[in-house]
Design a protein around this ligand. Sequence first.
Ligand code: PLP
Length: 219
Amino acid sequence: MNIKERLQRIWGTLPEGVSLVAVSKFHPAERIAEAYDAGQRIFGESRPQEMAAKQAVLPTDIEWHMIGHLQTNKVKYIAPFVSMISSVDSDRLIAEIEKQAAKCDRIIDILLEVHVAQEQTKSGWSWEELNDYLLSGELQSMTHLRVRGVMTIASNTDDETIVRNDFQRIKDIFEELKPQFGEAFDTLSIGMSDDYPIALEYGSTMVRIGTAIFGAREY
Ligand SMILES: *Cc1c(COP(=O)(O)O)cnc(C)c1O
């Protein structure tokens, strides 16, 4: 199957209202252009400079989503154009996004990345840390970012029970936080190539799929 056929197959499985982030990290701009020509408009990247380089040579109506861990000193590379930063995992990063977005006179959508997986290595806030941060009230002063929801990466395991457990936990967190943020808080970003059908059962509104569209990555 080519990229277009793979995309069409995935679109066919997504319920109305669920958006697809085509994760194009490590794939060249030509492959993204192929997906774009097939009709895909949202692309996810994990490295700021790589995203900026691709953005410069591809159509301007692409929505770029940062999905990988973002160092504060690199926010400036993507602040002028990025649509959403899905991997927001610290108070320092939030403060820097606010600062850079203000410089660009923009409002940037963000997702709070929460750690629910078994592996210690996964990034994201613990529920406790996140609550402490939200209670601090710091977010209230930030007028150049909009908190749209939460994101997580489920445990990397063949044990479906564990994956389901992770998705249930993030769904509960999403529901619990919603009242604090109101209407704009509408995004539950869960599901990757291997687990997105399960994520949809748990109310995913945004899946992030790379390998199943572009094939294996060469790091
Ligand atoms: C790489 C990546 C994906 C895509 O993973 P696939 O298994 O290739 O679909 C999704 N989300 C995040 C945060 C990633 O880093």
